[in-house]
Design a protein around this ligand. Structure first.
Ligand SMILES: [Zn+2]
Length: 173
């Protein structure tokens, strides 16, 4: 969440398995990146990021004077979340997968029954079958983060180049 709205980014390791390898948030004062140790903590920060911006001193024993935990560079693929996405309800776990061509990510939730839901339609089905979760539907959000193009592995970029050129041509018009 840096470009789209200012917020917390998510780091993605280069492997094709592409599970999120680290969570980081950018300080609103010194702009250094700080690692956040758990997904839950990260989602808590992200949920109120606009009204409650994040600064280094929210991390214990850290201040803006300290060197950053992690640098934004292309040693890993970075994806930037939109701020203020709802925190995953208790018993639900949000996940992301990267498409092979790095064109976009897909989001899903593992629901309390252990199944994965990948769209609002699947959420509806799940709630129909499990009405006690009716209240959580609004907190299941499938917004996906922005993939930072300058951190996509080079070999992937090459296979994508024709598509990319087309896109920039459209923009020029
Ligand atoms: Zn700072």
């Amino acid at each position: 969440m840096k470009v789209e709205g200012q917020g917390t980014p998510r780091n993605q390791e280069r492997s094709r398995e592409s599970s999120t390898s680290a969570y980081a948030v950018q300080c609103g004062k010194c702009f250094k990146w700080r690692l956040i140790s758990t997904q839950e903590e990260y989602e808590t920060i992200r949920e109120k990021f606009i009204e409650n911006p994040w600064f280094c001193d929210k991390k214990s024993n850290v201040s803006c004077e300290d060197p950053s935990d992690i640098e934004y560079d292309n040693t890993r693929t970075w994806v930037i979340d939109k701020p203020n996405l709802p925190k995953s309800p208790a018993g639900f776990k949000r996940g992301l997968t990267m498409r092979k061509d790095y064109s976009r990510m897909d989001s899903f939730y593992v629901v309390p029954t252990g199944k994965k839901v990948r769209s609002p339609a699947e959420v509806e089905k799940f709630i129909d079958a499990n009405p006690k979760y009716e209240g959580v539907g609004k907190d299941l959000n499938f917004t996906t983060p922005k993939i930072m193009e300058d951190t996509i592995p080079r070999n992937v970029e090459a296979t994508n180049s024709s598509k990319r050129m087309k896109t920039s041509k459209v923009d020029d018009d």
